[in-house]
Design a protein around this ligand. Structure first.
Ligand SMILES: *Cc1c(COP(=O)(O)O)cnc(C)c1O
Length: 397
């Protein structure tokens, strides 16, 4: 006689209804479901034709992504932005969703490392040619434009040199040539700079950084002004599988509620820290958009008035030994190559983000062994200044 003692009864397998009233929770529910039940074929048709709303399959969209996107849309002044699985997924959605073999893309020489890799190695592999130019002068962009140029990718504040791109000039070149202007607004955030108000056709973010703000989610965001471009980005995300996880969206939404408070406090701390560092002996130079000695101070005043942000770079006297002494002496500030966490982090581009460049290429943009980048957090300013005083003092041995 054959028995199947381990087969559970049907009610255990079938879904138990969601309790009544649960939809009135104050907190945003987390919805990890991969699929959504439909009323029938006609309803599904209507959904896929765009005549009915709702969700079908999570790779094509889910409520936690929609809620988060709406929050960032509000900050950026965008419509129907898209959440994707990482900042790089946002760059991927733009490149693979909008370009084809034969097209040409212009990017900044100081873009985020993996964006640079995509432009120099991966797009060419797919038949998309690229040119990198120094974005501090729009004349460089104008000189690189070709009939087949499709888009320009720029960041407002370059990492880690903190140079500010000629956004107004580039926007004019892009508009004149009929080329899409894409801004990676990760460093500046919509609180510092609203890209779509400054001539960008597309804005994107690594939500991983300041927007989410707690170094516990990896996500991206991309929004376009033009609805046709938007639907191409949506389609690219669904096709190439750039979809974000609901839990990450849920966490990031939680982070975004306090984004404005965190950003303002971090920025205030950054101003104080930049001035403090500039006064320490052993510090050769400080790069911060909020200081009058910043090389692009006039541009900062026009593009991001009174919003210099939370990123500070500085250079100490000496080489690797002094840099290591500084890091060792301030172990209370995590030495970590990221940015935008609630607490301050310190990074050393020579051994992290820019290790792939030759020493000469690094020297050309002023990145020496003594060069550090700080992502300033929201701790009490006194605590912060003390850590850096201790670190800089240690380079004397
Ligand atoms: C971190 C970062 C990215 C990539 O974002 P991920 O979420 O790590 O994929 C892109 N651009 C800038 C400016 C960044 O700082």
């Amino acid at each position: 006689m054959s028995t199947r003692p381990n087969t559970p009864p049907a009610p255990l397998i079938r879904r138990t209804p969601w309790p009544e009233g649960a939809d009135r929770a104050l907190g945003t529910p987390l919805q990890p479901s991969v699929v959504y039940v439909s009323d029938g074929p006609d309803h599904l048709d209507a959904q896929y034709d765009g005549d009915a709303g709702g969700y079908t399959y999570a790779r094509e969209g889910h409520p936690n992504a929609t809620v988060l996107a709406a929050k960032i849309d509000g900050l950026e002044g965008a419509v129907e932005g898209l959440i994707v699985g990482s900042g790089m997924a946002a760059v991927t959605a733009v490149m693979l969703g909008l370009c084809k073999a034969g097209d040409h893309v212009i990017g900044g020489t100081q873009l985020y490392g993996k964006s640079l890799k995509m432009l120099t190695q991966d797009l060419p592999r797919l038949g998309i040619t690229t040119t990198l130019v120094d974005m501090a002068d729009a004349a460089n962009v104008a000189a690189a434009i070709r009939p087949e140029t499709k888009l320009i990718l720029a960041e407002v504040v370059a990492n880690p040199t903190i140079r500010v791109s000629d956004i107004e000039g580039i926007a004019a070149v892009a508009a004149g040539a009929g080329v899409m202007f894409v801004i990676d607004n990760t460093f500046t955030t919509p609180r510092g700079f609203r890209a779509l108000d400054h001539g960008a056709d597309i804005v994107l973010h690594s939500v991983t950084k300041l927007l989410s703000g707690h170094a516990d989610t990896t996500l991206g965001y991309v929004a376009a002004k033009n609805p046709e471009v938007r639907s191409k980005l949506d389609l690219a995300s669904a096709t190439f599988g750039l979809t974000p996880a609901p839990f990450d969206c849920w966490l990031a939404e939680r982070g975004v509620y306090t984004f404005a408070l965190r950003y303002d406090q971090a920025e205030q701390n950054a101003k104080v820290l930049a001035d403090h560092l500039a006064g320490l002996s052993g510090v050769k130079r400080v790069l911060y958009p909020g200081r009058s000695d910043h090389p692009d101070a006039d541009r900062v005043a026009r593009l991001m008035p009174d919003r210099p942000g939370n990123m500070v770079s500085f250079e100490i006297e000496g080489g690797r030994a002094q840099a290591s002494a500084l890091v060792a002496a301030m172990s209370d500030v995590p030495f970590a190559p990221t940015l935008g966490d609630v607490a301050t982090t310190l990074s050393h581009p020579c051994s992290s983000s820019h290790r792939g460049l030759s020493a000469q290429a690094r020297a050309d943009i002023g990145i020496t062994e003594g060069f550090f980048r700080v992502s300033v957090g929201i701790e009490t300013p006194e605590v912060l200044l003390e850590s850096f005083s201790k670190g800089v003092a240690a380079i004397r041995g």
